[in-house]
Ligand binder design. Structure first.
Ligand code: ATP
Length: 361
């Protein structure tokens, strides 16, 4: 999927924007508070239905206006055109897809897969498993059909089992959910496992291209002990589950464990390297999606220049530009666009006004 045209009206500090992005790397330059992040937010909204900064509702409407609209014209990998839109009016946000109301935000997520690389990116390596699980599931969702349905079934059964545990129900009422839980959980697990196997070589190659030789391993933890099956883990954990009032083992506890040599990555690598590994993880998903599904995702990259030294910044942006993934990258100053990075298009933002630029100067 490629964003061919973007139109924005009264969104955050942007009064009116009309731009025609290029297929590869789109550089967006502008001073602090000029509106660069707002522009990325508008694109994110199209592919996700939500902003990445967490700002929501009427606060997204430009001060003094009463509505906002963001519309994107897309072309898919079979050269079909699509139009998606998000608008807010009288306290309600509406999603539009090809001239109709979209049933939910999920329809947008399916239409325009989008990922954000921002200054909090290192948390993917550093923070707890939740963020990595979300990362993993985003990729699995877009690549493995059937994953979403299995995940929904699993969540439903888990909720019911936990409710029974919480109210101290008898054993039969708790284990009544185990069959569904195990069936759906095993499907979720199989999808994730297969995905990680194909992701890992792509990721390793990207990390090597950017950092050089690096002993990175990514291992998948299913959410119960290795060598045991899910069903046995549930039986073994039953006493503990009844005492705690919730289910311990299962795909809801899965993780991607990132190691460098024999150490956990977060204990071993520098903050800059954590960011490069995290960015590489997102880029690897994008590349895999293109290879496996022929679907092009969009990458949004906010403020990476402020976070990375010249060498990593150049290598990473060069790799992103060469991947062919459509990306939108913000820079405070055009001088921060590293030499050798080929930009498909350049835009400059000043006081909320976006203009195409023909050269870096
Ligand atoms: N609803 C709104 N109406 C008007 N202005 C807004 C609204 N929401 C945010 N702004 C303003 O928009 C301005 C631009 O913010 P934005 O985050 O897009 O800038 P930026 O170019 O990314 O800056 P930086 O380089 O400092 O990150 C800010 O001054 C912010 O206060």
């Amino acid at each position: 999927m490629q964003l061919q045209r973007l139109r924005v009206r009264d969104f955050r500090c942007l009064p009116q924007v009309g731009m025609a992005p290029a297929p590869g790397l789109n550089a967006i330059t502008g001073d602090n508070a000029s509106g660069k992040t707002s522009l990325l937010e508008a694109i994110h909204l199209l592919g996700n239905g939500q902003t990445f900064t967490g700002v929501a509702g009427d606060r997204l409407i430009r001060e003094g206006a009463s509505t906002f609209t963001v519309v994107g014209d897309l072309i898919d990998d079979r050269r079909n055109s699509h139009r998606i839109g998000v608008g807010r009016q009288t306290g309600e946000t509406r999603f539009r897809l090809d001239g109709r109301d979209a049933p939910s935000r999920l329809a947008l997520v399916e239409q325009l897969p989008i990922q954000i690389i921002d200054p909090n990116l290192h948390r993917l390596v550093e923070a707890g498993p939740d963020q990595r699980r979300r990362y993993l599931d985003w990729g699995v969702f877009h690549v493995e059909h059937g994953f979403f349905e299995a995940w929904r079934r699993y969540r439903r059964a888990l909720r019911q089992r936990n409710a029974a545990l919480r109210r101290g129900a008898d054993l039969a009422s708790v284990v009544a959910w185990d069959r569904e839980l195990v069936e759906a959980g095993n499907s979720v697990d199989a999808c994730r496992r297969g995905y990680v196997d194909t992701l890992l070589p792509v990721l390793k190659q990207i990390v090597t291209d950017v950092i050089g030789e690096f002993e990175l391993t990514l291992s998948y933890y299913a959410g119960w002990a290795a060598g045991e099956d899910f069903s046995s883990a549930l039986i073994r954990g039953l006493d503990g589950d009844q005492r705690a009032g919730f289910t311990h083992a299962g795909p809801h506890r899965a993780d991607l464990r990132i190691r460098v040599g024999h150490s956990r990555a977060r204990d071993w690598v520098s903050r800059g390297q954590q960011k490069v590994i995290s960015a590489a993880m997102l880029l690897a998903q994008a590349v895999l999606m293109m290879e496996r599904r022929g679907v092009q995702p969009v990458l949004l990259i906010d403020d990476i220049a402020a976070e990375l030294g010249e060498a990593y910044r150049r290598a990473l942006l060069k790799r992103i530009a060469e991947s062919g993934v459509q990306s939108f990258v913000t820079f405070l100053d055009p001088g921060l666009i590293p030499d050798g990075v080929v930009c498909g298009a350049m835009f400059h933002v000043e006081h909320g006004v976006v203009q195409a630029r023909s050269e870096r100067g």
